[in-house]
Design a binder for this molecule. Structure first.
Ligand SMILES: [Zn+2]
Ligand SMILES: [Zn+2]
Length: 391
């Protein structure tokens, strides 16, 4: 039929083509805009980088410099008044429904100047991709009409909605609101689902905010980052090269001597260390103490378990009261809670000499070993085993 366009596809084929094209757009955002341009965690072959840039111009009218600058600003000012799209500050509804509008508002000359460094400035960028940023989507509409006939109209509409809904709405909104936290990074970022297949791996947003310079977004054995799969595939053809993706710290079995490098290794790996502290100290101690907790506190047990390891700046005033009331009745819990903050203070202090940090860590371990809490003693031994290089 003439109105079905040059390809004359069946409805099923049309849906598959639409899903394929939007998938390419998602991969362009996560690999090119996010991991390569904004975070510089991934090198891309110039031909592949340009293909992504061209495809984004055709399907989204996103300008690399604008997206990069706004995203870097998001990391630099996360969950503050200056964050371009924080659901904690602006409300979830606004970020989910008006994600694209927030980007447009945030693209001020000051933001582009301050955060938009190291983005394409070539002739085609100036004269086509930036200079005529909406020409691409017009061209896409014409291509769709030619290939798919009248169906090109809804396919185009879906393409136009895809990034505003999935990236600007779901990742920026839900990814800072609902989901699980592997690591207590200083903002409210969450992993939406462990199998990040649909939004290119961006579902693993807590992992990403914890390790923003890693080109791999999955961290636990059961997590899947589809974007990382593509990076490995492109790497086989010499088209991509990940820069950093592993924390540079190793646990050397039997090592008990501490030196400046131990402190450095622990600081490099601080988020994983605090996760281990939760698993190896807080949870077993809390299970032990559960029987001792007063009856009235027991219903709040789950909440307290979460609050004990929650990043301090994310605890609400009422939650703080709840936590305090439990810690007051149980000195052992208070002790492991305070020890966790003392440990974090060692790497959080600025302008301290490495030797002083080492001394602070040695003091921490000595106190832990003298605490009489078995889990704390074992954790001290675990800390000492860290090194910058494998055995
Ligand atoms: Zn974020
Ligand atoms: Zn990022």
């Amino acid at each position: 039929m003439w109105y079905n366009g040059l390809l004359d596809l069946t409805p099923l084929q049309l849906v598959l083509v639409m899903l394929g094209m939007t998938h390419v757009t998602i991969i362009s955002v996560t690999l090119y805009l996010h991991r390569h341009s904004a975070h510089n965690s991934l090198d891309l072959h110039p031909a592949l980088a340009h293909f992504f840039r061209f495809w984004l111009w055709l399907t989204t009218s996103i300008v690399t410099k604008e997206w990069t600058a706004i995203h870097r600003k998001h990391h630099a000012t996360c969950e503050t008044e200056n964050d371009p799209h924080s659901p904690v500050v602006k409300g979830l509804k606004k970020v989910v429904l008006e994600g694209a509008e927030l980007y447009a508002e945030a693209a001020t000359p000051e933001t582009l100047e301050r955060y938009g460094q190291r983005t394409p400035q070539d002739w085609v960028e100036r004269n086509v991709y930036t200079g005529h940023k909406n020409l691409g989507i017009v061209l896409m509409a014409i291509i769709n009409l030619a290939l798919f006939g009248v169906h090109g109209i809804w396919i185009w509409a879906v393409q136009m909605m895809w990034i505003p809904v999935w990236a600007a709405g779901i990742v920026n909104g839900i990814g800072h609101y609902f989901g699980y936290r592997n690591f207590e990074c200083a903002d409210n970022a969450r992993n939406i689902v462990p199998w990040a297949l649909f939004i290119g791996g961006e579902e693993l947003h807590n992992n990403h905010h914890t390790y923003p310079n890693s080109s791999k977004l999955s961290r636990r054995w059961y997590e899947v980052d589809i974007g990382w799969g593509y990076i490995r595939m492109f790497q086989l053809f010499g088209l991509a090269k990940p820069k950093g993706y592993r924390p540079i710290a190793h646990s050397v079995p039997g090592k008990q001597e501490m030196d400046v490098e131990t402190v450095q290794a622990i600081a490099n790996n601080r988020f994983a260390i605090m996760r281990q502290y939760r698993k190896r100290v807080m949870e077993p101690v809390l299970r032990q103490q559960k029987t001792l907790l007063e009856e009235e506190i027991k219903p709040r047990y789950r909440k307290v378990r979460m609050l004990l390891s929650r990043e301090v700046t994310l605890i609400q005033p009422t939650e703080k009261e709840q936590l305090e009331s439990v810690l007051e009745t149980n000195p052992v819990l208070r002790q492991i809670y305070e020890k966790s903050h003392e440990l974090q203070a060692i790497w959080r202090r600025r302008g301290v000499k490495p030797q002083e940090k080492l001394q602070a860590l040695m003091d921490w371990c000595r106190d832990a070993e003298a605490s009489g809490i078995r889990y704390l003693e074992e954790f001290s031994a675990h800390l000492k085993s860290y090194a910058l290089r494998p055995a």
